[in-house]
Design a binder for this molecule. Sequence first.
Ligand SMILES: Cc1cc2nc3c(=O)[nH]c(=O)nc-3n(C[C@H](O)[C@H](O)[C@H](O)COP(=O)(O)OP(=O)(O)OC[C@H]3O[C@@H](n4cnc5c(N)ncnc54)[C@H](O)[C@@H]3O)c2cc1C
Length: 567
Amino acid sequence: MAYFRSRKDGELERAVVEYRAGAMSRRAFIRRALALGVSVGMAGALATSWSGKALAQSTKTSDMPDGEFDFIVIGTGSAGSACIHQLAKTNARILVLEAGRNDDLEEVHDSRLWAASLGTDATKWFETLPSAHTDGRNHMWPRGNVLGGTSALNAMIYARGHRTDYDNWASMGATGWSFEDVLPHFIEMETFEPGGENRGMSGPLFISQPEDGLKHEGAIAFMNSCADLGFEENPSFNSERMSGQAWVDFNIRDQRRQSSATAFLRPAMEGGNVTVLTDAPVQKLNFDGTRCTGVTYLHNGEPVTIAAQNEVILSAGAIDSPRLLMASGVGIAEDLSALGIDVVADLPVGVGLQDHILGAGVNYEATGPVPVSHYNHSEVYMWERSDSSLRSPDMIALYVSVPFASTGHSLDYENGYCILSGVATPQSRGYVKLASADINEAPIVETNYLAEEQDWRSYRAATELCREIGASEHYAEYRARETLPQKEGDLTDAEWREFLSASVNTYFHPTSTCQIGKVVDPELKVMGIEGLRVADASVMPHITTSNTNAPSMMIGWRTGSMITQSI
Ligand SMILES: Cc1cc2nc3c(=O)[nH]c(=O)nc-3n(C[C@H](O)[C@H](O)[C@H](O)COP(=O)(O)OP(=O)(O)OC[C@H]3O[C@@H](n4cnc5c(N)ncnc54)[C@H](O)[C@@H]3O)c2cc1C
């Protein structure tokens, strides 16, 4: 309630209390909030989140939940909320435990402020090990610690991935997860404003594209530069083809973020069979033999054990899901025993961690102030192949209307922009392990970025492509000078290696630490365990070519649908 308390000596807080008690209509509440200086969008979001029907309670201010629950869902992130949305359509009693805070922060809801949400307590950070191929640097990984999880602080790009991602998953043992299998779920969960073939028009998740008249001029220059270089414009990277320069599909409506909490969770809470607790970190999964019976979580700091009659669904994300499994006895037996943890199931949990890398070059100082984006500072993308023999794109290029450097470089100016290069199909694999048996101690995260030679090749080719785009005459009036790479003209092989290893940054997309076929079966049930599924980015057999929010949402949605059909 800090947000409310800071407004006019608690007047907004009093309005919330009246509204929740039903003593004030929605319209009256919005009028009062506007009079107290709250923005229009925020007033609407507050009216929804505090409607009394769709209310998440903090364990700091609420009693312990009453009664029995059929399902316990851990985490309200991209996947968790989508899963809950589907489960809530049944009569099942669902308890949702979210470790993080409520999402009553303007930085979460205003799409233009998304980077600022990283500076709030809606974000928590994991520190990786120093990496041999990234100039010995370690990397800081932000994750959502809030209703909506990482979908509440991400950059809102909505990309489903390449058809071959899912076909590969199926051929790796994820039966039922081929592109033809998952496409109906993507369609069902979305409303894509421009419409089109294979696009949904009636799902709860709103997706739009930048509007003519509001498009950023630097993004327009990107589109024109790519066209001049011979690339073919794509109406949407979620259409038949992924490659080619495109105006992004994003989860933004009227400059408001469509997080998974907004799109999936709040509507699900209206039915009355979903109880959502925030500030409720789960500490342990409980087992009777090999059956998961429930969880122990902290209610206002005190451990509480609660049972699930049917199942526990673990949707805590690619770091916290394996962390919780391992701390509860599900993991590599040898590692767990060494930490004094009793083994429930010997499975390769935490193995196979993947992430896209996002290089912080090419950067430019601008000739003057760069206009502020109406949306998310990142309105155009291009996926392409560095080699025509590849089945799917391995390179990413995107324009960002602000300067952006990794910790390996520093920039000494304010007015700038960049064209960032990424690797879409990383071959390098890392891991997540526990440092101790204490769930509250930070886990060990080894990224192994750029361990594989193919990743260097894709990364260099992508960065050279970005340099060509940025050198185009379409940027002539904005470009004062190229600042990264620091050398004019061609770089030698050794100079490229040195520059790229200092430039590597996370793309914020960790996946694949509880893979289908290795840790969970194709129904996402933990192998050898009853009553426990994992549903989030951790189950991907390999990372998608695209950013990972849309695939994570689809995983959650599909899991909820599978369970719904089986009860
Ligand atoms: C800065 C940033 C920008 C990004 N930009 C994009 C983008 O533009 N497009 C895109 O597609 N992807 C983007 N991503 C990645 C994308 O958002 C994630 O891949 C996706 O949200 C992962 O979803 P998930 O369901 O696996 O986990 P999450 O959404 O992280 O959800 C996990 C949830 O579990 C909760 N939790 C964790 N541990 C516990 C516990 N012990 N008890 C209870 N609850 C717990 C967390 O608080 C969280 O709410 C970005 C990520 C970041 C960090």
